[in-house]
Design a protein. Structure first.
Length: 102
């Protein structure tokens, strides 16, 4: 008898979430250098003046998780990650518009 299991993974993202750079790196299994590059490219927009003061929202966590998958799975560089995220968000906005028109 063979048993099959399906693993579902999801994220509950709170609006009031404020993660440090270390916490967001741990949550996404990435190095700080990726976070620095993504902030420089505009992929992530932390609160705080310096990287030691940076705090990331739940939305930043969501974007960082997607970005880390793009880097890992598709080997995209930082500008490629920024472009892919912009395009994914544009597609989602268009889908919402279509659903509202239906």
């Amino acid at each position: 008898m063979t048993t099959h299991s399906t693993l579902l993974q999801g994220i509950v993202v709170e609006e009031d979430l404020h993660l440090t750079i270390t916490e967001i790196c741990q949550a996404c299994s990435i190095e700080e250098e990726h976070i620095h590059a993504w902030v420089s490219e505009g992929v992530l927009e932390p609160q705080g003046a310096t990287y030691t003061e940076w705090r990331f929202s739940g939305e930043s966590l969501r974007r960082a998780k997607i970005a880390s998958r793009l880097v890992r799975d598709l080997e995209l560089n930082t500008p490629g990650v920024a472009l892919a995220l912009d395009l994914l968000e544009e597609i989602e906005a268009l889908r919402r518009q279509l659903q509202n028109q239906a």
